[in-house]
Design a protein around this ligand. Structure first.
Ligand code: KIV
Length: 274
């Protein structure tokens, strides 16, 4: 792991360099300054201030309710950690679907809050928005496959790209979405919740890097939600590996504190003033 002195800021042009190298991109979500600094210290390339804040921090059932103001607030907190990693700000549901003007204006808000590029969900249907944001000189990351903002259309968070033919969520549509996102000017694209072979074939067909979650090892990079990676959540998913068990450790620490308070062992003389 690089020391702080050895580290350099990860920038948008470096995304393109990764595409034809053997180096893979590592992205992790973060929602506040404390965890952004912890994740950044581990040499991650990109910090995603995801609209998953709705489910993992706000306790909502899906990501649809999170507002622009809330996303701006979380982007501000993450960017105040001054990470070496590139800060990606997620455009929440309702902030870009209605018009290209909304898309550009809300992207500007996230950039002013401290994001260095913005991410939005969808393919062919949001190509105009991606082109308009890119024309405003704001780098864009696409997001295709299982797009959580399409929760109701998909009937929940469902794996995409298994069906054949020209229907919503099919293999062919996914490829069209990926190409539309790239042609509109995106500098990278997240592929979520699709069979590994489909994600690998999209990755081979694109000249921009793909970043997978639940999309197999054939992508140019990977992203995980911080709570899943650190074992902070009581839930586990097939596509996510807890690399630590921080929830259990936190419960044990607090339980010990409670027990010491109740027994009168806390505070001891080392932590008291005379
Ligand atoms: O909001 C988020 O955390 C995301 C990732 C799952 C890619 O979009």
């Amino acid at each position: 792991m690089a020391t702080e002195a050895q580290r350099k800021k990860f920038t948008v042009p470096q995304l393109a360099l990764v595409k034809n190298s053997s180096r893979r991109l590592a992205m992790v979500t973060a929602y506040d300054a404390t965890f952004a600094s912890i994740i950044d210290a581990a040499d991650v390339d990109l910090l995603l201030v995801g609209d998953s804040v709705a489910t993992v921090m706000q306790g909502q059932k899906n990501t649809l309710g999170v507002s622009m103001e809330q996303m701006e607030y979380h982007v501000q907190m993450v960017s105040s950690a001054k990470p070496f990693a590139l800060v990606v700000g997620d455009l929440p549901f309702g902030s870009y679907q209605a018009s290209v003007t909304d898309a550009v204006q809300n992207s500007i808000r996230l950039i002013k809050a401290g994001a260095e590029l913005v991410k939005l969900e969808g393919g062919v249907h949001v190509a105009d928005q991606i082109a308009a944001i890119t024309n405003a000189d704001i780098p864009v990351m696409g997001h295709i496959g299982l797009t959580p903002q399409s929760y109701h259309r998909m009937g929940g968070n469902k794996i995409q790209g298994r069906a054949e033919g020209d229907i919503a969520g099919s293999k062919d549509r996914l490829m069209k979405d990926a190409l539309a996102v790239q042609d509109a000017g995106a500098c990278a694209v997240v592929i979520e919740g699709v069979p590994s072979d489909v994600a690998a074939s999209i990755t081979k067909s694109l000249s921009i890097p793909t970043i997978g979650i639940g999309a197999g090892v054939g992508c140019d990079g990977q992203v995980l939600v911080m709570h899943d990676l650190l074992g902070l959540s009581p839930r586990t998913f097939t596509f996510a590996k807890p690399y630590a068990q921080l929830r259990n450790q936190a419960i044990a620490a607090v339980a010990q504190y409670v027990q010491e308070v109740q027994s009168g062992a806390w505070p001891d003389s080392d932590h008291s003033f005379s």
